[in-house]
Design a protein around this ligand. Structure first.
Ligand SMILES: CC(C)(COP(=O)(O)OP(=O)(O)OC[C@H]1O[C@@H](n2cnc3c(N)ncnc32)[C@H](O)[C@@H]1OP(=O)(O)O)[C@@H](O)C(=O)NCCC(=O)NCCS
Length: 152
């Protein structure tokens, strides 16, 4: 299992991983077209978790926008390929990406907005920012009381 930056030619496969969650009733073609044109998606850095070189899960990392303070990062669009779910890959990609942001990029805090039950991210060390679906992982307590970045 390996975490790396996604390659351009893997983006369609990545978008497909989240179709059931974010397809909003669109056809696959219309959904993929929206993903390709998404300014938000183009503004982040996509990562994949691979097994035998093949992406099994993906997420996007943002910084410098959405009200994220300097040195803070946002993780979005966490998804595992539907046929690969419930094998720990979703947990692993969040865990590894967060670790890299802290260890290699000096992250002060890592945020995400949860579209799913809260237990998944709490198990990975994230704390819910009071009264929101935004979660924060930080070793600086002040960030756990900080303002909530806008949705990403
Ligand atoms: C959420 C998701 C990334 C989990 O990926 P995965 O590879 O199956 O994750 P893991 O195998 O590490 O963990 C499975 C856990 O996810 C939990 N989970 C999956 N879907 C969930 C949901 N809708 N609500 C709450 N928990 C959920 C399972 O209950 C399971 O928990 P358990 O280990 O306590 O049994 C995957 O279901 C997915 O891609 N969903 C569609 C996109 C999406 O909704 N992403 C989340 C955006 S916040």
């Amino acid at each position: 299992m390996y975490l790396r930056k996604a390659r351009e030619q893997e983006l369609e496969q990545i978008y497909r991983m989240g179709f059931d969650a974010w397809g909003n009733g669109l056809s696959m073609d219309a959904y993929l077209e929206g993903c390709r044109k998404s300014a938000k998606y183009q503004s982040g850095a996509w990562f994949v978790l691979t097994v035998d070189g093949q992406p099994v899960a993906s997420l996007i990392v943002y910084s410098g926008q959405f009200g994220l303070q300097e040195g803070c990062f946002g993780i979005g669009s966490v998804a595992t390929a539907p046929e690969m779910r419930y094998q720990g890959f979703g947990s692993q990609i969040v865990r590894r990406a967060t670790q890299i942001l802290f260890e290699q990029h000096g992250a002060k805090a890592v945020y995400l907005h949860s579209d799913i039950g809260h237990g998944f991210y709490q198990k990975l060390g994230f704390s819910r920012l009071q009264g929101t679906n935004c979660f924060c992982h930080s070793y600086h307590p002040r960030f756990l009381q900080s303002s909530v970045p806008s949705y990403f």
